[in-house]
Design a protein around this ligand. Sequence first.
Ligand SMILES: C[S@@+](CC[C@H](N)C(=O)[O-])C[C@H]1O[C@@H](n2cnc3c(N)ncnc32)[C@H](O)[C@@H]1O
Length: 217
Amino acid sequence: MSDDLGQAQHDHWQNVYERSPHMYGSEPSAAARHAAEQFSAGGARTVLELGAGHGRDALWLAEQGFAVQATDFSATAVRQLESAAVERGIDDRVHTHVHDVRRPLAFADASIDGVFAHMLLCMALSTAQIHAVVTEIGRVLRPGGPLVYTVRHSGDAHYGTGISHGDDIYEHGGFAVHFFGRTLVDDLARGWHLEEVHSFTEGELPRRLWRVTMVRR
Ligand SMILES: C[S@@+](CC[C@H](N)C(=O)[O-])C[C@H]1O[C@@H](n2cnc3c(N)ncnc32)[C@H](O)[C@@H]1O
């Protein structure tokens, strides 16, 4: 995958959020509800969301009482998240960061109790970059802390169609997606405790996703 694609995707997401503010709505995703259960069961207080967009899930997680660190590489989405946090009176519990996951995370080792990433690892990232992100998540997560992530997979109707960028990345309507196969899920779980791989659908098409729950050893 070329650096040009990464930059083009950054610009694309900026435009998308400028054209369609709050495009995912204000209700939390089903994946976030599951993540909150996992986090609560493990006594989590500090939660990190990667690829939080305009914050439908980060804001809801903060309303459940978690101290949330919300990151996304779109400054436009992060601004939308910040104003919604002020409107909802929870800006003291949500901290935002404009951050590209292709760079290391700006958190100390073992400083986070739970990590959530809904449709982030399946963005325009090479397999090597996805491994690097999960290694970084493992660094900042405390032992016993859960990572809940979701990804579109090779059973999705868009897999293998549209513009191919190699490495199982296909682009439709300007959105580049890295479609996961089960081998990649298992490879990423090496050294973790893989608790669950759950199939579900979301949105129109519908998108076909896996929700993966794994715990840092
Ligand atoms: C499919 S959207 C999901 C947004 C949010 N998780 C939700 O479900 O409402 C993917 C998000 O990942 C962000 N993103 C894509 N590539 C990224 C990268 N390399 N670093 C950080 N964020 C990225 C996009 O800006 C977008 O907000």
